[in-house]
Design a protein around this ligand. Structure first.
Ligand code: CXF
Ligand code: ZN
Length: 350
């Protein structure tokens, strides 16, 4: 990747310009960079941006210049899912977030008159400035560290929402979380907040298992050293009520599924390369288990992000403990640190 100067359009009536204070690196950024998920190039990636509104289109009413905002994903706003408050289920969202242009096919970015694909997840936030629609911005109260807040737009709601909006564990129930990156750690925090009696963290990386204690795990399993399925069945005889697969690893999904009780539920949120297939034992499914996926934690950003901010305020979502700042010019090092797992959440500061 390289840092270059490109031209940004002026905001159209419903658009805003945000000066980015920081942008988290998410594993899907690596997938798009590597081509295991498709995106038109040349492009600016980055989809966990937070910053300050510096310009607004003539029809913008819900945010104003000077507002501190976190950006989230795109949705059409007109389909059944959007109208019923579940924009994460918008069937038009994949196109909107991954085509590299606005609705009319125009790019928000140009270099020497040639189009550069912006609008990545309606952001392209590995940048000093972002042009997006006002409805994708959620205001942040003072006190939230703006530079680190971008992950409240993707990684954190993906994990916390998988628990709070999808799994909805009963108080006293048991949950295992596979993969303790930003998504998994947020799932752990949400499970603990839900009153789960056992929250079991599973990861290959011992440092992440230790970090997970600060987010509320009651038990840890080092996946490279012991078999997660039998370890979980030893901690919770019969298996856990719920499992979250947040690693994106193929084997982790099968392990998560086999770790649940006969009527347990597994929620897949980790993004494996396009084309990945999973192996599920038929009798185990037939017995009554549930397997489902969800994107963006079924979050309605302007409702769910303020909820996450309040969790952060109570010390339940210590985002700062998973974040490491890099300069935007160090983007390759930041993405390498995300890829090798040495950093949980690199945050690029323009
Ligand atoms: C992705 C989905 C595709 C566009 C970028 C964001 N979601 C989570 O990381
Ligand atoms: Zn993401």
């Amino acid at each position: 990747m390289c840092v270059e100067t490109v031209e940004l359009d002026d905001p159209r009536p419903t658009e805003i310009v945000v000066e980015i204070a920081g942008c988290g690196v998410c594993h899907t950024d690596l997938s798009f960079r590597d081509g295991s998920w498709p995106y038109p190039m040349p492009a600016v990636l980055g989809h966990e941006g937070a910053g300050t509104v510096i310009a607004t289109g003539s029809a913008v009413r819900s945010v104003a210049v000077g507002d501190r905002v976190v950006l989230s994903f795109g949705f059409c706003g007109a389909c059944d899912a959007c109208l019923s408050g579940a924009p994460a289920n918008c069937p038009n969202a994949p196109l909107i977030n991954m085509r590299g242009t606005r609705d009319d096919g125009s790019t928000t970015l140009r270099k020497n008159g040639e189009p550069v694909h912006g609008s990545f997840n309606t952001q392209s936030s590995f940048a000093s400035h972002v042009l997006t629609e006002e409805r994708y911005a959620t205001k942040l109260p003072d006190g939230v560290p703006l530079e680190l807040a971008g992950t409240l737009g993707c990684g954190v709601p993906t994990g916390a929402g998988a628990v709070l909006n999808v799994l909805r564990p009963r108080p006293g129930s048991t949950v295992a979380v596979f993969g303790l990156g930003a998504v998994g750690l947020s799932a752990v925090a949400a499970a603990r907040l839900s009153g789960c009696s056992r929250v079991i963290g599973v990861d290959l990386n011992p440092a992440r298992l230790e970090l997970a204690r600060e987010f509320g795990v009651t038990d840890i399993i080092e996946a490279g050293a012991e078999d997660p399925i039998s370890a979980i069945h030893q901690i919770v005889p019969g298996g856990v009520d719920g499992a979250i697969e947040a690693s994106g690893a193929k084997k982790a999904l099968s392990d998560a599924f086999s770790s649940t009780s006969l009527t347990g539920t597994t929620v897949l949120v980790g993004a494996a390369p396009v084309g990945t297939t999973y192996e599920i034992d038929s009798v185990s499914l037939l017995a009554g288990r549930t397997l489902r996926g969800c994107t963006m934690g079924l979050a309605n950003p302007r409702v769910f992000i303020p909820q996450l901010v309040r969790m952060w305020g109570q010390g339940l979502l210590p985002i700062e403990k998973m974040s490491t700042k890099f300069k935007l010019s160090e983007i390759d090092a930041a993405l390498a640190a995300a890829a090798d797992g040495s950093v949980v959440k690199p945050v690029l500061i323009p």
